[in-house]
Design a binder for this molecule. Structure first.
Ligand SMILES: [Fe+2]
Ligand SMILES: [Fe+2]
Length: 367
């Protein structure tokens, strides 16, 4: 009989050091294995029988289980099934002698994550344990990432809505930036995490405007030098707002540097070329495009083809020319068949394979 999964102790109780449960009916071997694990700075619990091990497993959280196959009372296969019934994810390493190699192979088929053939050296043991813990951590992080990313998107969009409610002209500007930026990130073959960073960076790029006074933010006319300097502070303020946790560092860097220029004449840090984070170089082009194609208090929107033309004109000075070329592919893909002013919508992301097969057009200003 297997225990209910709901009965497992809460994961939030996870201690800092990985916890390992060892079960073996040979006291000498159990002691040796425990010593090796402690030398690896792991927190070790031992059990002389599968039943004793299950009692411990029901009460505490473990990151790894190391078990013998041949044990009286309950063999390793039955024990593995009990563990899997309680926790389908926890890695289980099976230690066995040559004579029971078939058993070990069967255990691997039944969901064991690794195998140690006795007698094993300390180095073999450490490698197997380290690999199992690392694989489990990667799986755990990937799962967390998948679970948390939609929440992060939701929170970022809620913040964005708060800015947009105040600065009426921007409409869905921030969402548009996130979508466009992610499309370019996909074309560059960036990882899922990097794409998410750029998308959320796009959503949040202007979050610092929340601290800019209405008389400046909503001023219909040209800003004075002093007002412009005040407006520029939104990049720095936004980065401080976003930098709430070290996991937000890369997003905060996009927010801070989205007004840097490729030639080094931007703000706040006058970074140039590749000193500017890639995500910020991507988002700054989407920002300019979106700003030009939406009505603002101080000027009317211009058609998309004119906006792309303007971006091309500033390729190499304001914008990274290599990224401008990627946006040109998007512009071509989104261009309506008949001249019109269709908004850039979150349509299908440009297929990276198709993008790779279509060499980007050189912009007139490319070096
Ligand atoms: Fe901005
Ligand atoms: Fe913006």
């Amino acid at each position: 009989m297997t225990g209910p999964i709901a009965a497992r102790p809460a994961r939030s109780a996870r201690p800092a050091r990985p916890r390992v449960l060892c079960v073996d009916d040979e006291p000498g071997l159990l002691k040796l294995v425990a010593r090796l694990l402690e030398r690896m700075d792991l927190d070790v619990s031992t059990a002389a029988s599968p039943n004793a091990a299950l009692t411990l497993f029901d009460d505490e959280h473990f990151d790894l289980v190391v078990t013998d196959i041949r044990m009286p009372g309950m063999d390793g296969h039955a024990f593995l099934a009990e563990i899997r019934g309680r926790d389908p994810q926890v890695p289980v390493i099976v230690a066995t002698g040559h004579a029971s190699l078939d058993n070990a192979i069967r255990a691997l088929r039944d969901g064991a994550s690794g195998m140690l053939i006795k007698p094993f050296t300390a180095a073999e043991f450490e490698t197997e344990i380290t690999n199992a813990l690392q694989r489990a951590r990667i799986r755990h992080d990937a799962l967390q990432y998948r679970l948390l990313t939609p929440i992060l998107d939701g929170v970022a969009l809620a913040l964005t809505a708060a800015i947009e409610a105040r600065d009426l002209e921007t409409g869905d500007h921030c969402r548009q930036l996130g979508t466009l930026g992610e499309r370019v990130a996909t074309m560059l073959g960036l990882s899922e995490q990097e794409r998410t960073t750029i998308r959320i960076g796009g959503y949040l790029h202007d979050v610092g405007k929340i601290a800019i006074a209405d008389r400046i933010l909503l001023k219909p006319g040209k800003l004075t030098d002093e007002e412009y300097a005040e407006m520029q502070r939104h990049a720095d303020i936004g980065a401080s707002i976003v930098q709430t946790h070290e996991a937000m560092t890369d997003i905060a860097r996009i927010v801070r540097h989205h007004h840097e220029r490729f030639d080094g004449a931007g703000y706040p840090d006058r970074l140039a070329g590749e000193e500017i984070p890639l995500g910020a170089r991507i988002i700054s082009i989407a920002d300019a495009f979106s700003a030009m194609t939406n009505d603002r208090v101080y000027r009317k929107a211009i058609p998309e083809d004119q906006a792309w033309e303007e971006i091309r004109r500033n390729s190499g000075s304001q914008f990274d020319p290599a990224i401008v070329e990627l946006y040109e592919i998007i512009a071509d893909a989104d261009a309506p068949p008949i001249n019109g002013a269709a908004a850039v919508t979150p349509r299908a992301v440009v297929d990276p394979v198709v993008a790779a097969a279509r060499p980007p057009r050189l912009s007139p200003n490319a070096p």
